[in-house]
Design a protein around this ligand. Sequence first.
Ligand SMILES: NC(=O)c1ccc[n+]([C@@H]2O[C@H](COP(=O)([O-])OP(=O)(O)OC[C@H]3O[C@@H](n4cnc5c(N)ncnc54)[C@H](OP(=O)(O)O)[C@@H]3O)[C@@H](O)[C@H]2O)c1
Length: 315
Amino acid sequence: MHVFLTGGTGFVGRALAQRLRRDGHSVAVWSRSPSSVAGVLGPEIEATGGGDDALRAAVARADAVVNLAGANLFEGRWTVQRKRDLVESRVGLTRRLVHAMAAVERQPAALVSASAVGYYGDRGAEVLDEESPPGGDFLAGLCRDWEDAALRAGDLGVRVATFRIGIVLDPEGGALAKMLPIFRAGLGGRLGGGRQWMSWIHRRDLVELLATAVADDRFRGPFNAVAPAPVTNRELTAALARAVGRAAPFAVPAGALRLGLGEAAGALLASQRVVPGRLCGLEWPFAFPRLDGALAAVLSGERRPATDLRFGRRR
Ligand SMILES: NC(=O)c1ccc[n+]([C@@H]2O[C@H](COP(=O)([O-])OP(=O)(O)OC[C@H]3O[C@@H](n4cnc5c(N)ncnc54)[C@H](OP(=O)(O)O)[C@@H]3O)[C@@H](O)[C@H]2O)c1
């Protein structure tokens, strides 16, 4: 199968690209700087990028498309321009992808597209499955528009699966790469009151899901890509402190977060108790259903070379 991947140079995309290659697929990665792709992913992964003609050419060859691109939420304050970038890099690119699909003779069989648990907004202790309505804040609107843009490919006969991804855990990037040094230094602590629910997934589980969804017809429509056991920020803080063997006595007051990060602080303080209702319906075998096991794997995995992304036995 030939898979066309946007966001393939990112934290999740890198692991997925390697995984798809190991499964015997050919992979082309769309990047704003195609010349850097070989350096990140190795020479077996094809690199492409550019305008809509290049996008159409890439889509025309694809048996499936995986869409993970998106500007980082925490690089800079959410000015009007930054919000535009966050939207354009997700919703804009997804719309361009679907337009490209409409323009080619042979559509890909599947579009697997990222979304985020931010879809649900700030919901206290409410248990949220895929049937729960979306929230009303900026991120919720962004996720809804992102999913809607992807679902339009369904009108072309393409099978579309969207994944509302929780906090992805792996030491190579994402939240943990930022948190681990702080916790190791004994400077860890909860965010705000720490009562907000945080929904997470180990990167290996996410990659397994995305790689499966590329070719598995059971994946259609929205899926919560989270482990079955979300935790409060207080619990996450305690588990991480335990895992690194240090105390985490501090608390960053919500006001200080808002002062430092502006509106983006809302993404750290929002409470999202998300469960993988549809994955449980499929009896999806999570390798890391519980946080302690995921963190133990994360910490032991740190000693592996970054390129060795082979999956171990399921535990
Ligand atoms: N990591 C998480 O915890 C998490 C949680 C929920 C949802 N997600 C979503 O899952 C997707 C993958 O996450 P990730 O952590 O792998 O993201 P990432 O490491 O930040 O990488 C995303 C990729 O998007 C591309 N990109 C960055 N800024 C862009 C821009 N302004 N315009 C167009 N493309 C841009 C980059 O590719 P090039 O530089 O090659 O163009 C980058 O490699 C993202 O859409 C993210 O929002 C992630």
